[in-house]
Design a protein. Structure first.
Ligand code: SF4
Ligand code: SF4
Length: 349
């Protein structure tokens, strides 16, 4: 068999060498052949699986947004600028320490902490720093990880006190999927996660395509997306001025496949904009509000309009960059060539 037919070689050719990988981390850490090294996915050895989850669940390999949206939200991909939204709010953590640590409204930390305390979830895969307790997480390919003191490392939080510190750290998304991949596959622990939109897509792709060697993505009972305009975490040695160019092909500002999306509220210090998208998201949000962990206000029309515009601009930029990449107006590379999806990403126009 030609090496190009192997999943990991295809991943390298189509995504990594093709400049499409934003380093979501989904293919690393659960696999002995792929690892993260200095801000890049590297192939450590030759894996000869023709079908691999690294390829099928990468958010930058062919992705049917209609199918994914149906499986998560029960409807095809929406042409609305913000996707499918069941409720939009301003919210903030009622605990001032959570807000101070988060440098904003602290909603993601408050939601996950409250869910943990109430037993709605058992643990949170996240990012810590090398040298602190890993609570049993063990990477299978440590050789490829950045193993310097203070480097981001996967952690599994089951202690409410750790949640705020970890979810407010600058590198908080860097090893979220590595942490998920490192959970023993037999685990039935209910998980809560805060991720970037590309990481949400990786997890949602797994739900429809379960991976026998990994913990089941359906164990994730609360999936929170943080708005993302560009890559925010930094790898050791990475130039602070350089954003990952792969992010220019990203269509998703607000995490449209998450249960809840959270971002900084425009012009409202210490508040977050929140979009509730699923029943699981609504339950968690309402429980935290009723339980006194969140204060909630209506989302002003101006804020909604600004979020819509920002989201639409990101989609249009991605369509522009992807059609330039493929050289065809109706071919969006990893997002395919469905006329409905192309039109929906352009706001249905
Ligand atoms: S986008 Fe994620 S899953 Fe795809 S190659 Fe990059 S790190 Fe791996
Ligand atoms: S812009 Fe953010 S969500 Fe999109 S690919 Fe980059 S890091 Fe991921």
């Amino acid at each position: 068999m030609e090496t190009q037919a192997y999943a990991s070689f295809k991943l390298r050719a189509d995504v990594i060498d093709g400049g499409l990988c934003p380093l979501c981390g989904g293919c690393a850490a659960g696999c002995p052949y792929l690892g993260e090294h200095n801000g890049r996915i590297v192939q450590l050895d030759c894996c000869t699986l023709p079908e691999g989850s690294c390829y099928s669940n990468c958010p930058r390999t062919p992705t049917d947004l209609d199918e994914l949206s149906r499986s998560v939200l029960g409807e095809p991909f929406s042409p609305d600028d913000l996707g499918i939204v069941k409720g939009g709010y301003l919210a903030q953590a009622t605990d001032p320490e959570t807000r101070a640590a988060a440098g904003g409204g602290g909603v993601a930390a408050a939601l996950l902490r409250f869910s943990l305390e109430q037993g709605a979830i058992d643990a949170i895969p996240g990012t810590g720093l090398d040298g602190e307790g890993h609570e049993g997480l063990r990477l299978r390919n440590l050789a490829a990880s950045s193993r310097s003191s203070g480097a981001p490392t996967p952690v599994l939080m089951s202690d409410a006190a750790a949640v705020v510190a970890h979810l407010s750290a600058p590198h908080r998304f860097a090893r979220v999927l590595a942490a998920f991949n490192s959970i023993p596959k037999e685990s039935s622990a209910k998980l809560g996660m805060a991720c970037l939109p590309c990481q949400v897509a990786s997890l949602r792709k797994r739900t429809g395509n379960p991976v026998g060697s990994r913990v089941d993505a359906r164990n994730v009972k609360l999936l929170i997306a943080e708005f993302c305009a560009t890559k925010r975490w930094l790898e050791p040695g990475e130039d602070r001025q350089v954003a990952n160019k792969a992010c220019s092909f990203c269509w998703d500002l607000t995490g449209e496949l998450a249960d809840i999306s959270v971002g900084s509220a425009r012009g409202q210090q210490d508040w977050n904009t929140v979009f509730v998208r699923t029943e699981a998201g609504r339950r968690a949000f309402e429980a935290a509000r009723k339980g006194g962990a969140l204060e909630v206000k209506p989302l002003p029309a101006d804020n909604l309009a600004q979020e819509k515009k920002a989201s639409r601009d990101k989609k249009l930029r991605a369509v522009r960059n992807l059609t330039t990449l493929t050289g065809k107006q109706d071919d969006l590379a990893y997002l395919g060539a469905s006329p409905r999806v192309v039109k929906a990403l352009q706001g249905g126009v």
